[in-house]
Design a protein around this ligand. Structure first.
Ligand SMILES: [Zn+2]
Length: 232
């Protein structure tokens, strides 16, 4: 039995992948790596490891969702710590306030019924994400002579951002919890796709032109990204 270590990259998020050759395996099997991080793909004795990688790429949505489900979740409720723009805040529930959500020092207050706290706070985070991301994406795109056709903020599970063939950019609102330079990298990454619909060296050159430290952004997301998906 031999193992090769790879990783699959889905827009800013890197998932470690072990390709394991097994003499008795009859077909390619993909599973979560319960002993470590990421996933394991088992391939039959004479199979091409590239087929294992290909299978993992095809199943990347499933893979990302399973990995997200594994860790403990931090719910949005009174007293918990929640990151916002890379800083930790304590959540405070204030049912009587007229709010709906505001920051005071290192606390984020959420008004109204406790049952609606999650929705209120994620709606607020989404709004903050749009306020950060939209001007940044327009400015970076203008920098390379492009303009996004639209900008969408959503709760994507496997991707931090994406760029459609029509020039529409979409981003995860969860980026607003990450440090600003990480959000900046993801915006630069998707904007660079307006110029290059691939991850060629020319693409990465454009990314480097649009953000200060792409490598740091990628590393940060691969270390901390899945934790952001377990909040709220
Ligand atoms: Zn990309």
């Amino acid at each position: 039995m031999r193992e090769d270590h790879h990783s699959i990259h889905i827009d800013g998020r890197e998932i470690p992948l072990i390709v394991r050759r097994h003499p008795r395996a009859r077909r390619i099997i993909l599973r979560i790596n319960t002993a470590g991080e990421g996933a394991v793909v088992t391939i039959p004795a004479h199979a091409d490891p590239a087929d294992g990688l290909e299978m993992a790429r095809r199943q990347s949505t499933w893979l990302g969702e399973r990995l997200d489900d594994m860790g403990a979740r931090t719910e949005f409720r009174d007293g918990v710590q929640v990151p916002f723009q890379g800083q930790d805040y304590t959540l405070r529930h204030d049912p009587a306030a007229r709010g709906p959500v505001w920051i005071e020092g290192d606390e984020i207050y959420v008004a109204g019924d406790a049952r609606h706290m999650t929705r209120r706070l994620s709606d607020w985070m989404k709004k903050q994400a749009r306020a950060e991301i939209a001007p940044l994406a327009h400015a970076k795109a203008a920098n390379i002579g492009h303009a996004p056709s639209r900008i969408t903020i959503r709760d994507t599970r496997t991707r931090w951002g994406s760029c459609s063939s029509k020039g529409g950019l979409s981003f995860s609102w969860r980026l607003v919890m990450a440090p600003n330079e990480v959000l900046d990298y993801v915006v630069a990454h998707e904007v660079a796709h307006l110029e290059h619909m691939n991850h060629s060296p020319a693409f990465w050159q454009t990314v480097d032109k649009l953000t200060a430290d792409a490598r740091h952004g990628r590393d940060w997301l691969s270390d901390n990204g899945s934790a952001l998906h377990r909040i709220g």
